[in-house]
Design a protein around this ligand. Structure first.
Ligand code: DX5
Ligand code: ZN
Length: 224
């Protein structure tokens, strides 16, 4: 089942509860929460207290993407705040295996994120202990950037590797996805599709989620 996951980074933070209810009405069952520390990426967003408040305002799955240095120090705290899945950057982890274990022991799904320039080959052995993989299709830090096309090939490659290893882990993509490139992303093997500005900067966030879910379902039907 392909999921369209609205990224609240592009939502109106002063009206977050309304924005989340809107995309839920459109059929979203997960929300993407971007955590940035001003070090790993040149932008600052939110921390555990805000995730805790978001948790109280929605029943949807909270998919938390940590774009921070030293994720070991904070990952479990985000699970305690209410995150259902927490992903950490390969590029930020000194002991990736241990970090994934910490997240899982805290009670959430543990994901690994790769920046666009990091090859999928680095994950070959760790795939067995990851619950999902997130491929960045923009350089992390900001919403509204342009999709980097070579990431499609990384997606196909990772899809091949997981089939060979008979692993069912979802592949997620994040950055620059909109109606026009969505079908191609799904056909390349993606399961969880994060999309921020395409949803929240549209005049009708609810309708946009519905529309994108329809496109994704159509593209899944032709996936081999
Ligand atoms: C970028 C974030 C993304 C961002 C995607 O660093 O990780 O989740 O919200 O936004 P769009 O869909 O606008 O590229
Ligand atoms: Zn993200």
């Amino acid at each position: 089942m392909v999921e369209i996951i609205p990224s609240i980074l592009s939502a109106d933070f002063a009206r977050l509860a309304e924005e989340m209810a809107r995309v839920e009405r459109g059929g979203a069952s997960m929300l993407h929460v971007d955590v940035m520390d001003g070090h790993f990426v040149p932008n600052i967003t939110i921390g555990p207290p805000v995730v805790e408040s978001i948790r109280k305002a929605t029943r949807l799955h909270l998919d938390t993407h940590l774009m921070i240095d030293d994720p070991d120090r904070y990952a479990a705290e985000f699970v305690r705040a209410g995150a259902n899945s927490v992903s950490v950057h390969y590029e930020a982890c000194r002991h990736l295996d241990g970090t994934l274990e910490t997240i899982r022991n805290a009670g959430a799904m543990a994901g690994v994120v790769l920046n666009p320039a990091t090859p999928v080959a680095v994950l070959e052995d760790v795939l067995e202990v990851a619950d999902y993989v997130l491929l960045m299709s923009v350089n992390p830090g900001f919403g509204g950037q342009k999709f980097i096309p070579y990431v499609l090939e990384k997606l196909r490659k990772l899809d091949r590797i997981r089939r060979e290893k008979k692993l069912a882990l979802p592949i997620e993509i994040d950055g620059g996805v909109h109606r026009d490139n969505l079908a191609e992303v799904v056909r390349a093997g993606c399961d969880w599709i994060v999309t921020g500005s395409a949803i929240f900067h549209s005049a009708d966030a609810e309708g946009e989620v519905r529309e994108m879910r329809g496109i994704a379902a159509g593209a899944t039907a032709v996936r081999v």
